[in-house]
Design a protein around this ligand. Structure first.
Ligand code: GSH
Length: 215
């Protein structure tokens, strides 16, 4: 199977997590961010992740891919219960996380941004939706302080390093990709429980963090 993705894409990380956790072999293919043709041909729109199965058929939508691989790999199926506190936490982080990660992800040598035209494509597209990247960088401290405070709120919700609700579950699939992206941000005060959690899920899913190239 082949998985088409971008390294900075949290939805792609959801898909990567189930392959890593269930030890299902897959070829990861990182598209350039301005490559519209490949995804358009596969699923009729410019969006990743895309799974191309062994029979050649293509599947979009991260959670569909997660469920497909979860069933295919056998073993215990992911518990899909998500606590309202986790849903609420994600909703709050969603209000500012992109302001921190979008302007940084283009500068940390990710494969989808290997060319200037891929970077320009991304900056133009995302600026139209989220606002000026430079302004967000200038406002970083405000967002970092919000995140620091939210990490303190998150800490007591972590029941185990193996999975936030005790075992690996849908909560991890939804939460870890956001936290992993935020490891590219310099100056975040990670609490010990959150740090242990992301390091452990990174190991379990074989998805490296960005903490060695923070900006
Ligand atoms: N609902 C989709 C969302 C996927 C998504 O938004 N992917 C983004 C990358 S993070 C994308 O491909 N956007 C098109 C673009 O950036 O041009 C899923 O869960 O798979």
């Amino acid at each position: 199977m082949k998985l088409y993705l971008y390294d900075h894409c949290p939805y792609c990380v959801r898909a990567r997590m189930i392959f890593g956790k269930k030890i299902v072999p897959v070829e990861n293919i990182y598209l350039l961010n301005d490559d519209e043709d490949t995804p358009n041909k596969l699923i009729g729109k410019k969006m990743v992740p895309i799974l191309v199965k062994d029979d050649g058929s293509a599947m979009g939508e991260s959670l569909d891919i997660v469920h497909y691989i979860d069933q295919l790999a056998g073993g215990t199926l992911l518990n899909s219960t998500v606590r309202p506190e986790i849903e609420g936490w994600i909703k709050i982080a969603d209000t500012y996380r992109n302001f921190l990660t979008l302007p940084r992800c283009i500068s940390i040598n990710l494969p989808e941004f290997a060319t200037q035209s891929a970077i320009d494509y991304f900056v133009n597209k995302k600026t139209a939706i989220y606002g000026d990247f430079q302004q967000h960088l200038l406002n970083s401290q405000t967002y970092i302080e919000r995140l620091n405070s939210d990490l303190i709120t998150l800490s007591p919700l972590i029941l185990s390093d193996r999975g936030i609700n005790g075992t690996f579950s849908m909560e991890d699939i939804l939460l870890f990709p956001l936290l992993r992206n935020l490891t590219m941000v310099k100056g975040v005060e990670w609490t010990a429980p959150v740090l242990d959690y992301i390091n452990s899920i990174s190991r379990i899913t074989q998805i490296p963090l960005f903490n060695e190239r923070t900006i």
